[in-house]
Design a protein around this ligand. Structure first.
Ligand code: MN
Ligand code: MN
Length: 396
C-alpha cells in the first residue's frame, strides 16, 4: 500500500506549503540550499504552483496476474509503457512454451533481448550481421542476450513446459509488435516470395496467412546440423550462467552481478540475481546512471522510493510482480516474510554504479555532518556507518 512520506516537512519545522513553493523555485533552477531561508517568510504559493509537484507515479505492476496472449503452444504476458507507464527504459515479458513449441523466427527493431530461464529448458538460434550463427540450449538459471536486430527463435525442450522472463532495453518495445518471419512473408507479393525462397508460387498456398508468433511443435533431437553445412557454428557467446560469477556476500544475503565485463555481448544491460534472507534489508542507496527493473521470483519485500520534494512511496512485492525504480531515486528493499526473497534485477547500463547512504556519510568530515544534522549530538553521529553493508542481516 502507498504510504505517506515518513519525514514530513512539519517535523522539520517547515510548513508543507513552503515546501511546494521551494520546489517550484527549484524547478526554475534556483539553488535548493538558499530556498529555505528565502521561502520561510514568503506568502503561500497559488494553487497552480502546488499542482506542479506530482505524487510519485506507480512503480508496481502485477505481471503474472495478466492474461495477454494465450494460444496453441504457449502464452505471453508483458509490461511495456502501455501497461506500466513508469517503465520507459525497459519492458518485461513472462513467456511459457509447451514442450516442442516455438517462438517463431523474428527480430526486434527497437530493443535488445535479455532472458532468464525460470523453469524447463529452451533452445535458441540466433544470427548476427557478421554471419555468426549460434545454437544454444538453456536451463534454469541461464541467461541469454540478443543484440537489437539480431534474428532469433526459441523452442522448448524436455518433457515439461518452459517458462522464462524476457527483459528488453526499451519500455516502448512490445513483444506483440516484433518482426516475425511468417508476417513478413504474408505481407510480401507471391512472385517476390517465390523468387526469394526458390519455390513455385503455387507452393505459397501452404504458408501462414498471418504471423504465427507462438506455435506448437515436436521436441527436436539433442543435436542437429544447420541446413548449410559449410557455415561455421559458434556457441555460447549469447549464453551466460549467472551463478558462474562469484556472489557478492553480505550479512543478510548475496547477489550475482553480471555486467558487460563478465558477459561482453550484454552491452546495454546489467543483470543481478539477489537473494535476501528473512529479516534482511538492502540498504538505502541510489543508482546515478541507470533505472532499475525488478522481477520477484520468490518471497516478499517492501520497497520504498524517495523522489525528492518531500515525496516517497512504498509498495509490497510478491512473486510475479515487477518494480521499477527511476534513475537517481533513493530506495531500499526490506525483506518481509519467512521465506528468502529472490529478485531478478536489470539496470539499463552495461556498467554497474551505486552510491550508498553509508558510504556518503563515511566519506564526509564530522563538521559537515554536525552542521547538516543540527541538534544531533556528536556521539550519535559517531555511530553512523563508515562504509556500505549491501544487505543488512536480521536484527539480533
Ligand atoms: Mn525475441
Ligand atoms: Mn537499487
Amino acid at each position: 500500500m502507498p504510504q505517506e512520506p515518513k519525514d514530513s516537512p512539519e517535523s522539520a519545522g517547515i510548513s508543507r506549503r513552503h515546501v511546494f513553493g521551494a520546489a517550484s523555485l527549484a524547478t526554475a533552477g534556483i539553488a535548493a540550499t538558499s530556498l529555505w531561508t528565502r521561502q520561510a517568510n514568503a506568502a503561500p504559493p497559488p494553487e497552480e504552483e502546488k499542482k506542479k509537484i506530482e505524487e510519485i507515479e506507480n512503480f508496481k505492476y502485477d505481471l503474472e496476474k495478466q492474461t495477454h496472449w494465450v494460444g496453441p503452444g504457449g502464452s505471453a504476458k508483458e509490461a511495456t509503457v502501455e501497461e506500466f507507464p513508469v517503465s520507459q527504459s525497459m519492458a518485461g515479458v513472462s513467456m511459457r512454451l509447451d514442450p516442442g513449441a516455438i517462438r517463431e523466427l523474428h527480430w526486434h527493431a527497437l530493443a535488445a533481448e535479455w532472458a532468464y530461464v525460470l523453469e524447463g529448458r529452451v533452445r535458441t538460434t540466433v544470427i548476427s550481421p557478421t554471419g555468426q550463427t549460434e545454437v544454444d540450449d538453456f536451463e534454469v538459471g541461464d541467461t541469454w542476450y540478443f543484440p537489437k536486430g539480431h534474428g532469433h527463435a526459441l523452442q522448448a525442450l524436455g518433457s515439461g513446459p518452459a517458462h522464462f522472463l524476457l527483459v528488453f532495453d526499451n519500455g516502448h518495445f512490445s513483444e506483440f509488435g516484433t518482426f516475425g518471419i511468417t508476417d513478413w512473408i504474408a505481407q510480401t507479393p507471391p512472385h517476390i516470395v517465390a523468387r526469394n525462397l526458390g519455390v513455385p508460387e503455387s507452393a505459397l498456398a501452404q504458408f501462414p496467412k498471418k504471423e504465427l508468433y507462438i506455435g506448437p511443435g515436436k521436441v527436436p533431437p539433442a543435436t542437429e546440423a544447420l541446413r548449410d553445412k559449410d557455415v561455421q557454428w559458434f556457441q555460447s557467446s549469447h549464453r551466460f550462467r549467472m551463478d558462474k560469477v562469484p556472489p557478492r556476500e553480505f550479512p543478510g544475503g548475496k547477489e550475482y552481478l553480471v555486467t558487460a565485463k563478465e558477459f561482453p555481448i550484454q552491452t546495454t544491460l546489467t543483470a543481478v540475481h539477489m537473494v535476501i534472507q528473512p529479516g534482511g534489508l538492502r540498504e538505502m542507496h541510489w543508482h546515478p546512471h541507470a533505472d532499475e527493473w525488478q522481477y520477484y521470483m520468490k518471497g516478499r519485500s517492501r520497497v520504498s522510493v524517495f523522489g525528492s520534494h518531500g515525496r516517497s512511496r512504498t509498495e509490497e512485492f510478491a512473486p510475479g510482480q515487477v518494480a521499477f525504480i527511476k534513475q537517481g531515486y533513493g530506495h531500499y528493499v526490506e525483506q518481509i516474510g519467512d521465506e528468502p526473497t529472490e529478485i531478478l534485477i536489470l539496470f539499463n547500463s552495461p556498467e554497474y554504479q551505486e552510491i550508498s547512504l553509508a558510504n556518503w556519510l563515511g566519506q564526509n568530515p564530522i563538521s559537515m555532518l554536525e552542521t547538516n544534522f543540527p541538534g544531533v549530538p556528536r556521539n550519535v553521529i559517531d555511530r553512523f556507518p563508515l562504509r556500505e553493508t549491501g544487505i543488512f542481516g536480521k536484527r539480533g
